[in-house]
Design a protein around this ligand. Structure first.
Ligand SMILES: [Zn+2]
Length: 382
């Protein structure tokens, strides 16, 4: 039912083209996984819009289903694919990222790496976010960002919830640490994650779902080595590189390169939470097969387009009479039908259509960039 095959291995780098077979079709890697927080990609896109974007798959956040207490209804309806009419492969994360994003990340104003919040902005403040009340051996006690009630997330609850949601790929519950964690803290978080992995895997997972393990260890080499070897030995389909990736993109590349010495190359590799256009080629050269990121869709809703020249802010007044498409060579629905001036108008008028059209462009554009990268690998040029 599930299979990962390497179709082409670059001789010049660790880049490779692969094929992941699932009950909901194939994913050709390297592949981008757009974030569909609550089952849909924000920006008002329905399943027909997604067909316009070449999107191969999507990742849904388990924590938010726990927060809304709706996993049971999704299960009754037949799982995420039926509930949201998305018939391609779906991933669900475990809730571990929210330990960071609602905890230290929110408290310290940090991202997973410096590219989101540059290193010179990193200032050590009082640690510990208000929405993460306690991390114990048993699990994490959250305060709901929606209504303040307590949510006690354990590896068992993460597994059971992800089974209810019924995604093709589910993730072990880990503790996503902060780039400012010292060695002692990072070690504690890694060891606890490993213990949670074992507990998660004691839950019976249906054959229609496969698991990704997550390498922890922050920026510390000895921890990354231990964690990589630990995850290699787990009965998991794929391997994700998780946790804090350092204070800059360079730290991130170093971390991946180091992990690469030990990681099992027969399984697909997922770099969690990173999918910036600027780093795409570099991380693919380091052997990353899958990556997810909310950035391309988030910036679209705020008026920024992805282009060959980088980020393009459509909101500037000078564009109100620019009747060219965002990219002349882009074949997306938006570029084929709308000009920059029209998009600029729709954003200024606060029409919801604006965010939807730009999200379609950004997703499509990213997919075409990936196609080019896959072509380069195919021709032995990457
Ligand atoms: Zn376009």
């Amino acid at each position: 039912m599930f299979q990962f095959k390497i179709l082409k291995q670059s001789k010049k780098s660790k880049a490779r083209i692969g094929e992941i077979k699932t009950p909901h079709g194939k994913i050709i890697t390297p592949a981008f996984i757009p974030v569909a927080t609550l089952g849909v990609i924000k920006g008002g896109l329905d399943f027909r819009d997604l067909e316009l974007t070449k999107t191969q798959c999507q990742i849904v956040n388990t924590f938010h289903f726990l927060d809304l207490n709706r996993a049971e209804e999704v299960k009754k309806f037949g799982g995420l694919h039926k509930f949201f009419k998305f018939q391609k492969p779906i991933f669900t994360d475990s809730g571990g990222f929210q330990i960071f994003s609602l905890g230290k990340g929110a408290e310290l104003g940090l991202g997973k790496i410096g590219s989101i919040f540059p290193e010179n902005n990193i200032q050590k403040k009082k640690e510990g976010g208000k929405l993460v009340k306690r991390i114990t051996q048993k699990g994490i006690l959250f305060r709901s960002p929606r209504d303040g009630r307590e949510i006690y997330l354990t590896p068992e609850l993460s597994a059971q919830t992800q089974i209810k949601l019924g995604a093709d790929f589910i993730y072990l519950l880990d503790i996503c640490g902060s780039p400012l964690d010292d060695l002692k803290t990072a070690k504690k978080e890694m060891e606890l994650s490993h213990w949670w992995f074992e507990r998660f895997l004691r839950i019976k997972i249906p054959p229609t779902q496969q698991v990704f393990g997550i390498i922890q260890g922050g920026i510390y080499k000895e921890l990354r080595k231990t964690s990589t070897q630990f995850v290699n030995n787990l009965p998991v389909f794929g391997i994700a590189i998780g946790g804090a990736l350092g204070k800059s993109k360079n730290d991130m590349y170093k971390t991946i390169s180091f992990v690469n010495r030990y990681i099992d190359w027969q399984r697909p590799h997922h770099l969690l939470g990173i999918g910036d256009l600027e780093v795409l080629e570099k991380i693919i050269k380091l052997g990353i097969d899958l990556f997810d990121c909310a950035l391309p869709t988030r910036i679209a809703r705020h008026g920024t387009a992805l282009t060959f020249k980088g980020y393009f802010n459509i909101l500037k007044n000078q564009y109100k009479s620019n009747f060219e498409p965002i990219e002349k060579d882009c074949k997306c629905f938006t570029c084929q039908n709308y000009s920059i001036a029209q998009l600029n108008f729709l954003f200024k008028a606060k029409e919801q259509l604006a965010g939807r059209l730009l999200t379609i462009h950004n997703l499509y554009f990213l997919e075409t960039q990936l196609e080019k990268i896959r072509e380069k690998i195919e021709m032995g040029k990457l």
